[in-house]
Design a protein. Structure first.
Length: 252
C-alpha cells in the first residue's frame, strides 16, 4: 500500500488538533477561538470542522462548536479493547469492597494523566471525575506517576506546575515539586489530602509495565471522614493490588 501524501498527513494532524482543542474546553467554542487555539487560519479550520461534522464528531450550535456523540464510540472502543483497563477493573472492585473507598486508575498520557477506570466506594463523593478526564502530573496523585518518569520529563512536569496555586492557596515552585518527586520515589506511595480538591483524600501507588511507569492506582475518600492514618493502614492492600495490575504487561 502506498504511503499517504504529505497533505493527507497534515489534514489528519489538523483534525486531531481541533478535536483536542474542543476536548479541553469547558464550553462550546467559536470558530475564531478554535483557530487561535490550533494556530490555523479560520478558513482551514472551517473546512476541517465541516468534515468532522459530517461524521458527527463535531456539532455546531449557534455558531459555536463542541464534540459530537460519535466521540463516545471511540471512548467505548478504547474501554472494551484496552487490556490493562479490562484486567484492572476486577482487581479494583475487590479493592473497593475491601476498603470501602473509591478506586481509580490513571494512565500516563504525554505529560498528563487520564482517568481510565473508576470503581465507586461506599461513601458518595462530592465530585466524581468522569472517565477520560485529564489531570496534571504536578499535583495530587499525578506526582506518583511523574516521580518515576525520566529526569528530563520530571523537570518539564515541574515547570508546568511552577506558579500553580493549590486549594490551600499555596503557590507551588518547580524546586518544591521536584523534591516531592524525590520523596515519593523513596516512599513508593503518596498520601494527598485536600491538595488538588479540598473535598478529597487519597493514597496512590505507581503502576509499571516492563519497569516503565504507566500510571497510578489510588484509593480515594471524602477528606472530612478519611484520615491519613486510615489511608496508611490500607496501603498494603493498595500495594498488593498495584503489583497485580502491573503484572499485566501486554497492553498498548
Amino acid at each position: 500500500m502506498s504511503k499517504p501524501s504529505q497533505p493527507h498527513i497534515r489534514a489528519v494532524e489538523r483534525s486531531v488538533a481541533i478535536l483536542q482543542a474542543l476536548e479541553r474546553t469547558q464550553r462550546p467554542l467559536r470558530l475564531k477561538e478554535i483557530s487561535e487555539a490550533v494556530k490555523l487560519h479560520s478558513a482551514t479550520v472551517s473546512r476541517v470542522l465541516a468534515t468532522l461534522q459530517a461524521s458527527n464528531y463535531v456539532v455546531e450550535e449557534d455558531q459555536r462548536y463542541r464534540l459530537g456523540a460519535a466521540v463516545l464510540r471511540l471512548t467505548h472502543g478504547y474501554l472494551v479493547n484496552d487490556p490493562l483497563s479490562q484486567f484492572a477493573r476486577p482487581v479494583m472492585q475487590s479493592l473497593t469492597r475491601l476498603t470501602g473507598l473509591t478506586s481509580t486508575l490513571h494512565l500516563l498520557s504525554g505529560l498528563e494523566r487520564l482517568l481510565s477506570v473508576r470503581v465507586d466506594g461506599f461513601e458518595p463523593m462530592q465530585y466524581q471525575q468522569p472517565i477520560g478526564r485529564w489531570l496534571p502530573l504536578f499535583i495530587g496523585s499525578g506526582k506518583t506517576i511523574a516521580a518515576f518518569m525520566p529526569a528530563q520529563q520530571q523537570k518539564e512536569v515541574a515547570a508546568l506546575g511552577h506558579g500553580h496555586e493549590t486549594t490551600s492557596q499555596h503557590v507551588l515552585t518547580a524546586a518544591e515539586i521536584l523534591k516531592d518527586f524525590e520523596r515519593i520515589r523513596q516512599d513508593r506511595h503518596l498520601v494527598s489530602i485536600g491538595e488538588r480538591d479540598i473535598s478529597i483524600a487519597s493514597i496512590s501507588v505507581p503502576l509499571f509495565t516492563d519497569e516503565t511507569v504507566a500510571g497510578s492506582l489510588s484509593l480515594t475518600g471524602p477528606s472530612d471522614s478519611t484520615t491519613q492514618e486510615q489511608l496508611e493502614k490500607i496501603l498494603p492492600s493498595l500495594i498488593s493490588a498495584g503489583h497485580e495490575i502491573s503484572r499485566m504487561k501486554s497492553y498498548s
